[in-house]
Design a protein around this ligand. Structure first.
Ligand code: ADP
Ligand code: MG
Ligand code: MG
Length: 203
């Protein structure tokens, strides 16, 4: 069951994981992008955390909508609008429910996945964060309860699957075939997003 408290822990865990992995995200983006993914994400989660400490929310949807606004307004680059749109759609799907069941949450994540796909015009196998969102959501959609350890494993494997992909979207696409052999930075941060959720939900 996802309460407002769980949603807050999710976002706080995401902040912690992004800050712990900031240098790794930068290194990955140096290889196939412009080297700012760690910086972009760290700025976003820090601004989001500040906002979360200042405000209180009645529902998970309200909290996640406020988080979405921070990503949209404070993070530059491709990743800000993508995470922002995903969180916005997750929040919209959550509506004004005080608690979300696993099934509700899966419907929310599915809406988030579709937002990434639409906003990025991303398709499967193009070496973007969508290559984590899609398998994670598709694997568990329709299940009554979420096996969180399996979800984390799915996300990890999805990140690994981006290594062999040839980038077709975002800055990495400029490298063409030279993008092969590297992990997509946004896929890596998306794994952290789902790991943060799993850790919050399992508490
Ligand atoms: P920028 O590329 O503008 O510097 P970031 O470095 O913060 O932005 O984010 C890069 C990540 O954004 C990529 O690793 C990829 O996962 C994701 N991304 C970029 N373009 C797209 C897109 N069109 N669709 C989905 N994800 C994308
Ligand atoms: Mg970048
Ligand atoms: Mg950039």
């Amino acid at each position: 069951m996802i309460t407002t408290g769980t949603a807050k822990s999710w976002m706080e865990n995401f902040k912690e994981l992004i800050l712990e992995n900031k240098d790794e995200l930068t290194t990955l983006d140096q290889a196939i992008g412009d080297g700012d993914h760690g910086i972009n994400m760290a700025r976003g989660v820090q601004e989001m955390d500040k906002m979360l400490q200042e405000k209180t929310f009645e529902t998970p949807g309200a909290l996640l909508k406020a988080a979405a606004m921070v990503f949209i307004s404070k993070i530059g680059g491709a990743s800000g609008p993508l995470y922002g749109s995903a969180l916005m759609k997750i929040a919209a799907e959550a509506g004004d429910k005080a608690e979300l069941t696993d099934q509700d949450l899966l419907a929310c994540l599915d809406a988030g996945k579709k937002a990434v796909q639409q906003r990025g015009r991303a398709e499967t196998g193009e070496k973007t964060m969508y290559d984590v969102w899609d398998p994670v959501v598709s694997t568990f959609r329709g299940e009554e309860t979420i096996d969180w350890e399996a979800l984390k494993t799915t996300a990890q494997q999805a990140v690994k699957s981006t290594v062999d992909m040839h980038a077709k979207k975002g800055r990495a696409a400029y490298l063409g075939a030279r993008s092969v052999g590297h992990t997509d930075p946004g896929a890596f941060s998306s794994r952290l997003f789902f790991e943060a959720l799993a850790d919050a939900a399992q508490k």
